[in-house]
Design a protein around this ligand. Structure first.
Ligand code: SF4
Ligand code: SF4
Length: 100
């Protein structure tokens, strides 16, 4: 297992409150607020951590670049993808890639 798979295995075993705490711990490291694709709508909705929680709820319609590869969460979890706000979270994209 790589670091992302190890993280997700532990995350799934957490209760609801502990999952929320885990995401709250990582949120300050998310660089989305510095990204040109991040906008007033995403800021107002408090969206972060698309790589883990899923794509934007309709706020992001245009890809203006992505700073995910420079993010500590991306590095610490060995993420393979970027543009998560538009294209979906890491787990779903790895799963889709594994399909025949
Ligand atoms: S990898 Fe991208 S979506 Fe995930 S925390 Fe970092 S900047 Fe945010
Ligand atoms: S997921 Fe990537 S493209 Fe989307 S806001 Fe975060 S850094 Fe920017």
């Amino acid at each position: 297992m790589d670091r992302f798979e190890t993280f997700m295995a532990g995350y799934r075993d957490l209760g609801h409150g502990a999952r929320a705490d885990s995401l709250a711990d990582l949120a300050p490291e998310c660089r989305c607020p510095e990204c040109p694709t991040y906008n007033d709508c995403t800021e107002g909705a408090g969206e972060r951590l698309y790589c883990l929680v899923g794509r934007s709820f309709g706020c992001v319609t245009e890809d203006l670049g992505c700073v995910c590869p420079g993010c500590a969460v991306h590095r610490e979890l060995d993420l393979q993808y970027k543009d998560h706000c538009l294209k979906g979270p890491e787990a779903a994209r790895r799963y889709e890639r594994s399909l025949p």
